[in-house]
Design a protein around this ligand. Structure first.
Ligand SMILES: Nc1ncnc2c1ncn2[C@@H]1O[C@H](COP(=O)(O)OP(=O)(O)OP(=O)(O)O)[C@@H](O)[C@H]1O
Length: 282
């Protein structure tokens, strides 16, 4: 089966410095794939290569089953959406005028503008000049622009980095909805909660290499210490191993009416990253 994205033994060097070093992964149609790494690990470079804004040094990069360079053809370009830091919005035009330009370029009915503005809670700012928007609002307009033509494959580079928690939630909900309607999403982020909430599979990137790739559930089981935390009615906290002795202890606490709460001790994605690399994602 052809994947939406297929990257094999890919290297990207800037002069003598290698930003990405032998990267292998694929993205299946219909999934949200997370590319997680701290600052400088190579996320933006990867997004630029996958969207044909930057050429890789060696290895193979395929999007929609053909070489990534084909994305420069306008028919192929219309199949993807891109949200990056560099907003490319015209400061002196209003939100609507900016989006209208994009609709003309991509042959999209302008009726779609209101629909997407509603979705990210920006409809009331439709007539505002872009120079008067906050950073977070600009980020949402850029997202609207990336969604207007209903792309099959959406690339997001740190999509919520400038947003407050409420706006973040709104964007996450819109992205999930979009994914449910069939859009495949490649998400680069250093926000592990975002990755945890959105991604079906994740690659952890460190110094230009993928150090782990799996779904969040498998990652947690693989790196968890298989203990269970109990809180007793007298306030004490106990950690118990998941084995026969542990099961007997838990049964005893329940029988004696001493147990108040019980939960598994799964690591967060951030903790797993630290286990793997010795450094944090921030
Ligand atoms: N045009 C360039 N010329 C030289 N080096 C570059 C260039 N672009 C990126 N790099 C280097 O490649 C490495 C990866 O950078 P990249 O921007 O992809 O990281 P990132 O994970 O996106 O970081 P951040 O989260 O801070 O945006 C860094 O060491 C960076 O300095």
């Amino acid at each position: 089966m052809k994947h939406e994205i297929e990257v094999r033994q890919m290297v990207k060097s800037f002069g003598k410095k290698s930003a990405l070093n032998g990267v292998d992964f694929h993205v299946q149609k219909g999934e949200i794939f997370g590319f997680l790494g701290p600052s400088g690990s190579g996320k933006t470079t990867m997004v630029k290569i996958l969207t044909s804004q930057l050429q890789h040094t060696s290895g193979s990069v395929q999007v929609f089953g053909t070489d990534v360079s084909k994305l420069r053809d306008s028919s192929q370009l219309k199949r993807i959406g891109i949200l990056t830091d560099n907003s490319g919005l015209y400061d002196r035009l209003t939100v609507y005028e900016n989006l209208e330009l994009f609709c003309k370029l991509y042959d999209v009915d302008v009726k779609r503008i209101d629909e997407v503005l509603e979705e990210v809670n920006l409809i009331q700012d439709k007539k505002t000049v872009v120079s008067k928007l906050s950073k977070g609002m600009k980020q949402r307009v850029t997202l609207v622009r990336a969604l207007l033509h209903k792309p099959e494959l959406l690339f997001l580079d740190e999509p919520t980095s400038a947003l407050d928690p409420t706006n973040k939630q709104q964007i996450h909900a819109s992205l999930r909805k979009l994914n449910e309607s069939g859009t495949t999403i490649f998400l680069s982020t250093h926000d592990m909660q975002e990755a945890e909430y959105l991604c079906q599979r994740l690659a952890f990137l460190d110094h230009g290499k993928i150090v782990e790739l799996d779904n969040p559930h498998n990652l947690r089981s693989k790196y968890g210490d298989s203990t269970i935390n109990l809180v007793l009615r007298n306030g004490s906290r106990i950690q118990i191993k998941q084995n026969e002795n542990g099961a007997q202890s838990i049964a005893q606490y329940i029988t004696n009416g001493e147990l108040m709460s019980i939960h598994s001790n799964e690591p967060t994605l951030g903790e797993i990253f630290i286990q793997l690399t010795g450094r944090s994602l921030q």
